[in-house]
Design a protein around this ligand. Structure first.
Ligand code: NAD
Length: 335
């Protein structure tokens, strides 16, 4: 589905983080709908290095890009030499998704270096090339601010959330100084959908519960999961927001969610209904203190200035995603 009148054919598009979840979905969206677009992916993929929490340092995976025909540059945001390889292009659009996306990495130095330092370079590149820049911010900038979370009322509570908050502050200043540019930050809430599997433990609970059920087990949920709610947003709505950001009425930072929070218990119940199982629920105590109990994106400005309208209710999103959850179970999990 095309979300607006922009013809991306014959344009040059950079997608940083294009081997990751959201970036690879963007790449295939453009490839499918605009076959004459030149699409360039910049991503460091994954090595075997891990952070102290045991998670991989980056989640990019070649399997997210099987079938992609554009340019791929394996490069690191932290390498000036790697970033310079992008200078040979003349980008019309830059979608900046690359980041340390793991909210439970607490090494402030590496998060700030990776997520923030590179942002200056990309802003300058967008300015020189007169490119539209759409970048990934995050609902993590809100910390435990009460619902509905509203742009301008952030209070990050971890280094990852702070890094995205810092990017937003830099973007606001850049927008002020360069009113001719289109710069849009998108604060994604909890995104789920195809190509998130390789985020391992940081993938959404939708695929994690789905695979537990397919294994013949009751889904494992925190006690009280019927009262813990999140604004879950389907990847297709996230793509819509990115495309619509390209002709935003106003540069700025916008929430991307559905504004219809749902509980973790709802997810488990919908999955069991769709899969025809009745395994009940395996509850265990929530090990986290200060756990966010309720998120709900205030999307009024996203609607007004981007023309964004979420199209996927949780039930429909899960139903659409389920064949892929099953395929991954057969091909990647149950082997
Ligand atoms: N998925 C969500 O629910 C969600 C929510 C809020 C914000 N975000 C943000 O959206 C963006 C995309 O998230 P995602 O879910 O696709 O995560 P992801 O981890 O799948 O994608 C990020 C990509 O960036 C790459 N990367 C990491 N460090 C890099 C580096 N130093 N140099 C080059 N590439 C590097 C990774 O290899 C990966 O492919 C991220 O900026 C993330 O913080 C995601």
């Amino acid at each position: 589905m095309k979300y607006n009148d922009i013809n991306f054919n014959n344009t040059t598009i950079l997608i940083t983080g294009g081997a990751g979840f959201i970036g690879s979905n963007l790449a295939f969206y453009f490839q499918e709908h605009f076959p004459k677009a030149q699409i360039v992916i910049f991503d460091c993929f994954r090595s075997e290095e891990v952070f102290s929490n045991g998670n991989l340092k980056s989640f990019g995976h070649y399997k997210n890009l099987i079938g992609f025909h554009g340019d791929i540059i394996c490069g690191n945001l932290n390498s000036i030499t790697d970033m310079e390889r992008l200078q040979k292009y003349n980008f019309d659009y830059i979608f900046h998704e690359a980041a340390i996306s793991d909210t439970r990495v607490y090494d402030q130095e590496i998060i700030m270096q990776t997520n923030v330092n590179s942002f200056y370079t990309l802003l300058d590149m967008a300015k020189t090339m007169q490119a539209t820049l759409v970048y990934a911010s995050s609902a993590a900038t809100y910390g435990s601010q009460p619902s509905p979370q509203t742009v301008g009322k952030e209070n990050p509570e971890n280094p990852y959330g702070f890094s995205k908050y810092a990017m937003d502050q830099i973007a606001y200043r850049y927008i002020d100084e360069n009113p001719e540019m289109t710069i849009v930050g998108l604060k994604y809430f909890n995104v789920y959908g195809a190509r998130e599997f390789f985020k391992d433990k940081t993938a959404s609970t939708i695929i994690q519960f789905g695979h537990q059920i397919l294994r013949g087990k009751a889904p494992r949920l925190f006690e009280g999961s019927d009262t813990i709610v999140r604004d879950f947003v389907y990847i297709k709505d996230v793509i819509q927001a990115n495309i619509k950001a390209c002709n935003a009425k106003k540069s700025g930072v916008y929430n991307v969610g559905t504004s219809k929070p749902r509980s973790f218990q709802d997810i488990a119940d919908i999955l069991q209904k769709e899969l025809g199982t009745d395994y009940g629920t395996d509850y265990f105590p929530n090990p986290f203190t200060g756990y966010q109990m309720h998120t709900q994106a205030d999307i009024s400005s996203t609607k007004k200035f981007l023309g964004y309208t979420p199209e996927w209710e949780l039930e429909e999103g899960i139903k659409d995603y389920l064949p892929e959850i099953k395929r991954l179970y057969d091909e990647e999990v149950n082997i």
